[in-house]
Design a protein around this ligand. Structure first.
Ligand code: NAD
Length: 259
């Protein structure tokens, strides 16, 4: 399937590893020139080289923290008029809400709600004027099915989801779409880190912990980031202009519902 994205330009935030990297790779395979950001220069440059080597696309790495004004300015300077924006940032830590300070909440809201909104604000008018734009926010399955220990994530990401639900309907008339991708368990460093912590808590090996997670999913496995990237590229396709304001859950069917 030709997604009609040859020659388009994208910013993919927080993309040296994991789901962001997978989105960048999938878009680059479709002929999109990508700007990728992350805080760690070495990992980011290595990822840029790998994507370039595999796809032949132009890949510009921009080192910086996307949750800061400087980080966003640097990303936008490298690609002031993107056709595609994929919003992503690291998730907040788990914990008990009784221990979270105002500062903890503000950090989570900044990373997982406001950063995406500020990136959208910077690019959306240009997208509307050019009559093409695809914005994908990486949120979490926890938006639909909360995970109590991830209260900071549940709260911040749901705030973003509520905000973009309104904006998506305003800009759809200009062939600009905003949709959210909700990952369930995908095999990334983030998942491995949570598995290490859970394994230690329950006296299991990390392998056992990962296996338990896989077995509890209807697919009997966890997701492959490449599957996530493919879904992102599909939402960005030229032919996806009628997919507006949706929350696409990629969780192997873990959320149990009829529709
Ligand atoms: P990951 O740890 O594998 O990769 C995160 C990437 O983001 C890395 O490239 C890292 O360098 C970059 N990054 C993190 N914070 C950044 C910042 N402030 N500025 C710039 N770059 C930054 O994580 P992942 O599994 O790919 O997760 C991506 C998002 O999806 C996270 O918000 C995570 O909470 C969420 N999520 C992941 C899963 C999963 O199973 N993997 C499930 C639900 C939600």
């Amino acid at each position: 399937m030709d997604l009609g994205l040859q020659g388009k330009k994208a910013i993919i935030c927080a993309a040296s590893k994991g789901l962001g990297r997978a989105c960048a790779l999938a878009l680059a395979r479709e002929g999109v020139d990508v700007v990728i950001t992350a805080r760690n220069a070495d990992v980011l440059h290595r990822t840029a080289e790998e994507i370039r080597a595999e796809t032949g696309a132009t890949v510009i790495p921009v080192v910086g923290d996307i949750t800061t004004e400087e980080g966003r300015t640097a990303a936008l300077a490298a690609c002031p008029n993107p056709d595609i924006l994929v919003n992503n940032a690291g998730g907040p830590p788990p914990g008990d809400f009784r221990n979270w300070s105002q500062e903890d909440w503000i950090r989570a809201l900044n990373a997982n709600m406001l950063t995406a909104i500020f990136m959208i604000r910077a690019v959306i008018d240009g997208m509307c004027a050019r009559r093409f734009g695809r914005i994908v926010n990486i949120t979490s399955a926890a938006v639909k099915s909360p995970i109590a220990v991830l209260g900071l994530s549940n709260g911040a990401r749901t705030g973003l989801t509520g905000f973009v639900a309104g904006l998506a309907r305003e800009v759809a008339q200009y062939n600009v779409t905003i949709n959210n991708l909700l990952p369930g368990p995908f095999m990334t460093d983030r998942l491995r880190a949570t598995a290490v912590a859970e394994a230690a808590k329950h006296g299991r090996s990390v392998e056992e912990e990962l296996n338990l997670r896989a077995q509890s999913n209807p697919t009997r496995r966890v997701g492959d980031p490449a599957e996530f990237g493919a879904a992102c590229a599909f939402l960005c396709a030229a032919s996806s202009g009628f997919i507006v304001g949706q929350n696409l859950l990629l969780d192997g069917g873990a959320f149990n519902s009829t529709f």
